[in-house]
Design a protein around this ligand. Structure first.
Ligand code: FMN
Length: 210
């Protein structure tokens, strides 16, 4: 049986996908459920997950992604969009959600709500953007590990013009910003990159036990 380390050594940032191979809807759903279950700071989930299958949209996105072929050839393109800014409404909405799911009253969550508001609402927009984008990257990491575990290939991608993505996908009017992309599917046998030895610092170099 393959261990998690076997799977993480198997995975690589796929450059060439086999465009005839698609994720089953069951596998796609498992992957997205894993993404949805990702932890976030306070549990606020200040992001949205877009799954792009539409070929015409993907052609447009490829033009603003340095013509990287993964954008059109992967089975599915996942765009993780963060909330570049937010106000009390995002926190109130989350509190309502907790009340509904856990059967609590507003008063039970008053302190928690105030803590979040006092910590987050006065941040300058640039910091709000960084913070929510950081949360979206946790989803990215989780999706990549889950994909590897399921032997689904993936390529994480920052090589795109995010203002153009926001325009093409209509994200700005939804209060969102394209943070990072994950192309998922199955590698082409012709992708030479799969044979490259991994380049990583050794544990001695990158881990310190104190
Ligand atoms: C956040 C992030 C952005 C990346 N952007 C791109 C990209 O736009 N295009 C690409 O081909 N690879 C991209 N990569 C892949 C990295 O180059 C790759 O993960 C790294 O070299 C390590 O190799 P490995 O993932 O194959 O082990 C990105 C990786 C990460 C984590």
């Amino acid at each position: 049986m393959k261990t998690i380390l076997d799977k993480l050594n198997w995975r690589y940032a796929t450059k060439k996908f086999d465009n005839s191979k698609k994720l089953s809807s069951k596998n796609l759903n498992t992957l997205l459920e894993g993404g949805r279950l990702t932890a976030s700071s306070y549990g606020l989930q200040p992001y949205h997950i877009f799954v792009i299958e539409n070929a015409d949209v993907r052609k447009e996105l490829r033009k603003v992604s340095y013509d990287q072929p993964q954008i059109t050839d992967a089975s599915h393109l996942i765009v993780l969009a963060n909330k570049p800014t937010f106000d009390h409404a995002m926190i109130d909405d989350y509190i309502e959600n907790i009340m509904a799911v856990r059967g609590l009253d507003k008063d039970d969550l008053k302190d928690f709500s105030e803590t979040m508001k006092s910590t987050l609402l006065d941040l300058p927009d640039a910091q709000k953007n960084t913070w929510t984008s950081n949360q979206a990257y946790i989803v990215l990491g989780n999706l990549m590990t889950i994909a590897a575990e399921m032997e689904i290939d993936a390529c994480p991608m920052e090589g795109f013009e995010n203002a153009k993505y926001n325009e093409i996908l209509g994200l700005t009017e939804k209060g969102l910003n394209a943070a990072v992309v994950l192309a998922v599917g199955y590698r082409s046998a012709e992708d030479e990159t799969q044979n490259h030895t991994k380049v990583r610092y050794s544990q001695e170099q990158i881990v310190t036990h104190i």
